[in-house]
Design a protein around this ligand. Structure first.
Ligand code: ADP
Ligand code: MG
Length: 292
């Protein structure tokens, strides 16, 4: 690899909106045969909106939303932002939690106005979900949405349904990556139904969807593909993607994502457009073609 050719490649990358950490990155770009795509914030916009609320019998919708929103206001997740925004719009400025813990890939728990509140996956709850709420959660997931459970003082009170749109450029990006000979895989902590709905929308087969993965297990999913002999590129944006991006043979971070992801990646896609991942691979192959 002549330094001049690599520098030309790096400069051209900057024009395309690709920041390359070092010239050695290009070599892994050439070998990649599999591309793992994080769902939320990478394939989808990552901007979620609250679509509806289903409360347990006798529970006041606004009161429950307010408690959930006050807690989520202290969290970073796109789901948290959707819930906090809707709560503030509907009920006014939110109180601050006196205690707060976020568990990555699971949800949040804390104390609001003297009540112990949690928002997140069903597993965060102490009690089982009543039939009405369970049904609401299943229906939402079957429609490709994400449902989280709100519990207050130990009892489940409501299911909040959020959804997130696929970026308009993602389907084209998947088509381009496939044309470059890469197999796209969708990787997410979200539920399988929601993940499969997004996969179908962008043209990824259901058997290439790895869903319901805990944040610390995303790196395991990448290792498993590597053990199967694949050379893995991964695109992600979240704190929960950082370890997997570092493990991948080539880590591509969305420039619109978290600092942790950007630090862990070998490349940054400045605009958060997945099509630029295909540009990056094309550029690397061309640059190396010059020097071989
Ligand atoms: P992804 O891989 O799609 O970015 P995460 O691993 O961050 O997803 O989250 C997985 C799941 O954990 C979410 O779908 C949600 O059910 C739950 N969760 C995580 N953080 C929160 C939060 N702040 N509020 C509610 N639920 C959460
Ligand atoms: Mg993400």
């Amino acid at each position: 690899a002549t330094p001049t050719a690599l520098m030309v490649g790096t400069g051209r990358g900057a024009q395309l909106g690709i920041l390359i950490k070092g010239p050695e990155v290009l070599e892994s770009t050439r070998r990649a045969d599999t591309i793992v795509l994080d769902k939320t914030g990478t394939v989808t916009s990552g901007v979620m909106t609250l679509t509806h609320i289903v409360t347990a019998d006798g529970e006041d919708e606004d009161r429950t939303l307010r408690l959930a929103g006050a807690l989520e206001h202290a969290a970073e997740h796109p789901i948290a932002k959707a819930i906090a925004r809707a709560a503030a719009e509907r009920t006014g400025p939110l109180p601050a939690p006196t205690e707060f813990t976020a568990v990555a890939g699971v949800g949040v728990r804390g104390v609001i106005d003297g009540h112990t509140v949690s928002v997140g996956r069903e597993r965060l709850l102490d009690a089982a979900l009543p039939a009405g709420l369970k049904e609401a959660r299943e229906r939402a997931e079957a429609e490709g949405r994400t449902a989280v459970v709100v519990s207050c003082d130990g009892a489940p009170r409501a299911v909040l349904v959020v959804s997130d749109a696929v970026k308009p450029t993602s389907a084209d990006a998947v088509r381009q990556l496939r044309a470059l000979g890469l197999t796209p895989v969708l990787l997410t902590g979200d539920n399988r139904k929601a993940a499969e709905a997004v996969a179908a929308e962008v043209g990824i087969a259901a058997d290439q969807v790895i869903a319901e993965v805990m944040p610390e297990d995303k790196v395991e999913a990448v290792k498993r593909l590597q053990r199967a002999g694949r050379s893995v590129a991964m695109v992600g944006d979240g704190v929960n993607d950082a370890a997997a991006l570092a493990q991948a043979d080539l880590g591509l971070a969305m420039g619109t994502g978290t600092d942790a992801a950007i630090e862990a990646g070998d490349l940054t896609l400045v605009r958060g457009d997945l099509r630029v991942a295909a540009d990056a691979i094309r550029l690397a192959r061309r640059t190396l073609g010059i020097i071989k």
